[in-house]
Ligand binder design. Structure first.
Ligand SMILES: CNc1nc2c(CC[C@H]3O[C@H](OC)[C@H](OC)[C@@H](OC)[C@@H]3OC)c3nc(N)[nH]c(=O)c3cc2[nH]1
Length: 372
């Protein structure tokens, strides 16, 4: 009997409030999933990640297979034990990272061969090996191996990658061997072409998955293209399965994704932006590198529920960023992750209360008003 299940509890327009129950705990949706690429959410203790409100975090097959190696992580008890995070983990299949990070990569029907960007050693990633690696990591939600191409692209190139990804989806499903203690997601491809996207969604559903990722977006296309693809494709996905928009995004991307029926999001942005001196607040983003903060004794946001937004002056945060002090990365990573969790928590409450439209309008108005 499947031990990882999705329950839809409320809808408001296309927006959905749900929950994924797993043996390691529940995931409230819409959910933002912090990225823990190499087995750590950068500059954060796992307890702190949980305290921001995160129910689940991400691990990265590509990075972990290279270093320290999937078999080594398995021999050390799996990724949860390895990194002291006992709640759910989602892993990507590694295909996207190979195409964006690895050198000398060669893609064939069988899979992709590449040289490690770390030491140049040779690897092969196939749908079967990717499932094996994610199972060795003991991940709770795993992805099929797919081919994600950048946009803009020629239609025949989008079609070729989409059709290959469906064949790899079928091989991934076979290799998954109906494991009951984790979910396997298919990944919808098809670029910005509605007909290709429909064919991909239909092809994946005929194979049958526990959830459906929407891939091939946030790869350089304008936001309105991403939103159009989402508006077209979410109605074609099963209502009783989770939908995961990969690699998205900034707060306004996430709000727009929730309004278009997306349940799960991941992005490196909040932690990466934090390390670069950008703080996300309810007024929008504040660039603390800017000299205008040099003498500003005010905290970021007196009214924030997050103590880190109340206890430091902007002048001090500016100082930490300018001097590239480690504490700057720590404080701003926590502030940004906490803001992303506050945004999705408020969205969940708004959907339950049937006031998603008002919530979205209020949130956008506060962003537009800008900093105090
Ligand atoms: C940014 N726009 C973005 N990211 C896409 C990722 C990767 C998500 C991945 O993005 C980083 O890897 C690079 C993260 O590590 C830094 C990974 O977290 C572990 C995260 O894994 C889910 C995609 N992954 C697959 N398998 N297929 C996709 O079509 C796809 C599309 C993306 N767009």
């Amino acid at each position: 009997m499947k031990q990882v299940t999705f329950t839809l509890s409320a809808t408001d327009g296309m927006a959905r409030r749900g929950r994924i129950d797993t043996p390691r705990g529940e995931i409230n949706t819409p959910a933002f999933m912090p990225v823990g690429t190499a087995g750590t959410v950068k500059a954060m203790y796992p307890e702190q990640v949980r305290d921001t409100g995160a129910d689940i975090l991400l691990g990265n097959t590509y990075h972990l297979m290279l270093r320290p190696g999937a078999e080594r992580v398995a021999s050390l008890g799996g990724l949860h034990t390895f990194m002291n995070w006992e709640r759910p983990i989602l892993t990507d299949s590694g295909g996207f990272q190979v195409m964006s990070l690895a050198k000398l990569r060669k893609l064939t029907e069988r899979g992709v061969t590449f040289k490690s960007h770390i030491d140049g050693s040779a690897y092969e990633l196939t749908p079967e090996r990717s499932i094996e690696i994610q199972t060795l990591l003991d991940s709770d939600i795993i992805m099929q191996l797919d081919e994600c191409i950048a946009l803009p692209a020629e239609r025949k190139e989008m079609e070729r990658a989409m059709e290959l990804s469906i064949r790899w989806a079928d091989r991934s499903k076979t290799a998954f061997n109906n494991q009951q203690n984790r979910m396997l997601f298919g990944i919808v491809q098809g670029g910005d072409d509605a007909e290709l996207r429909s064919r991909s969604a239909a092809g994946l559903q005929s194979i049958g998955f526990d959830g459906y990722s929407i891939g091939g977006l946030a790869v350089g296309e304008p936001q309105e293209v991403m939103f159009r693809v989402l508006s077209d494709i979410t109605p074609e996905l099963p209502a009783d399965k989770p939908r995961y928009l990969m690699g998205v995004g900034k707060p306004d991307d996430i709000l727009g994704g929730i309004e278009r029926g997306v349940d799960m999001f991941d992005c490196v942005h909040p932690t990466r932006a934090g390390r670069h001196g950008h703080a996300y607040t309810r007024f929008g983003v504040i660039n603390l590198k800017n000299a205008r903060h040099r003498d500003d004794h005010r905290p970021l946001d007196e009214a924030s529920p997050n103590p880190n937004c109340r206890r430091w002056s902007r002048a001090y945060l500016h100082h930490l960023v300018k001097t590239e002090e480690i504490l700057g990365a720590m404080v701003l990573s926590q502030i940004n992750l906490a803001y992303y969790q506050e945004l999705t928590a408020r969205a969940r409450a708004a959907i339950e209360a049937g006031r998603m439209t008002d919530f979205a309008a209020e949130t956008r108005a506060a962003w537009a008003a800008g900093d105090l």
